[in-house]
Design a protein around this ligand. Structure first.
Ligand code: ZN
Ligand code: ZN
Ligand code: ZN
Length: 347
């Protein structure tokens, strides 16, 4: 804490201007803290207006009461007005009091310092008290952090004395907090759903890359019909997806039931072929992917395809275009050892 003059003497300024005058700060414990009026006035407009208020008796000492908080907290507050500094220890002991004082006396630097310090010290036990204070003192950053913590650890917070007290004494705030939690929960759900969908599009776009790669260059066990599979081929960079596809292509070639017989695996593979034909931009004669040409023709005929399929095609095309840009190079080349069951994707 900053040191102020320990025992200021009477003003040596004969004019009586507040530049050199001393005032007494009176605290709840009856302690009197002497301080320079001009320093206090320049640090806080609220204190300035109190100091500038005309006195009843010109000769009487100017006293500014700062009550309702511990004397030591007032000492630290005055110390901050002098030095613009306070220690971690001050924050540890009197963070909440200093926040209240900074709000009441309009000292924004101290307020933001207290907000940060209290955020660092938030716990399940103190969060409800700090939240109420943050709301009273209009400290939005701190309030938001409190709400987040309450929302994250609600089961534990619910059991604290602070929460029980709030329920009995401030049901409106309880309702407000519960509403915020509810909104953030549904936002989280929406984000989770969006991420899941995005993941599906990325996996499908990867499957499309693999399909093209299997049908043009060939990979481990499956290759294009006009080419011998390359001997001693190493697993490709998307091997987990690629392997699943190769197994399915082999399945389709040998399946007795087929799509019309109700084979789910064949149906999924057919959907992947269809998806390929919807995004394939190669001229008919140059694409090696099975069924590309007839399915393209079918797509043309059914131009008024269901909106859902069109949306899927658009999303996969977008994912295909962006996935290689968004993924860091290292990740792109990483080999995932577990084979992905691309057939399990719900299109
Ligand atoms: Zn491959
Ligand atoms: Zn089948
Ligand atoms: Zn094609």
């Amino acid at each position: 804490m900053c040191k102020r003059p320990a025992s200021p003497t009477e003003s040596d300024n004969a004019s009586g201007e507040p530049t050199d005058t001393y005032i007494q700060i009176l605290t709840s414990g009856g302690r009197r803290i002497p301080a320079h009026a001009n320093i206090l006035a320049s640090a806080s407009t609220v204190l300035k207006s109190i100091i500038d208020k005309p006195r009843k008796h010109r000769s009487s000492d100017k006293t500014v009461p700062i009550l309702g908080v511990p004397c030591d907290a007032v000492e630290m507050f005055v110390g901050f007005l002098y030095s613009n500094k306070c220690t971690e220890d001050d924050m540890e002991k009197f963070g909440i009091h200093l926040l209240a004082l900074s709000h009441v006396y309009l000292v924004p630097q101290l307020k933001s310092r207290c907000s940060k310090a209290l955020i660092e010290r938030l716990t399940i036990e103190n969060v409800v008290d700090v939240l109420q204070l943050a709301r009273l003192c209009d400290a939005p950053d701190l309030y938001l952090k409190c709400v987040k913590l309450v929302s994250k650890g609600f089961k534990a917070v619910e059991k604290t004395e602070g929460w029980k007290f709030l329920q009995t004494n401030d049901p409106f705030l309880e309702l407000e907090i519960l509403q915020v939690i509810d909104e953030s929960e549904s936002l989280r759900k929406r984000n989770r759903k969006r991420r899941k969908e995005q993941n599906l599009y990325i996996q499908l776009s990867e499957a499309m890359d693999c399909l093209e790669h299997i049908c043009t260059e060939g990979c481990i066990s499956v290759g294009p019909c006009n080419k011998e599979p390359t001997k001693n081929m190493f697993p490709c960079s998307k091997f987990s997806t690629c392997q699943g596809l190769q197994l399915s292509i082999q399945h389709v070639a040998n399946c007795k039931k087929r799509v019309n017989g109700g084979c789910v695996r064949c149906k999924r593979m057919w959907q992947l072929f269809k998806l390929h034909s919807s995004i394939c931009e190669l001229p008919d004669s140059t694409c090696n992917v099975p069924l590309c040409r007839p399915l393209k023709a079918q797509n043309m005929k059914n131009k008024k395809e269901e909106g859902r399929w069109e949306l899927l095609v658009r999303k996969v095309t977008l994912a295909k275009a962006t996935s290689s840009l968004l993924l860091p190079k290292k990740k792109r080349n990483e080999k995932d050892p577990t084979p992905k069951n691309i057939m399990a994707l719900e299109i």
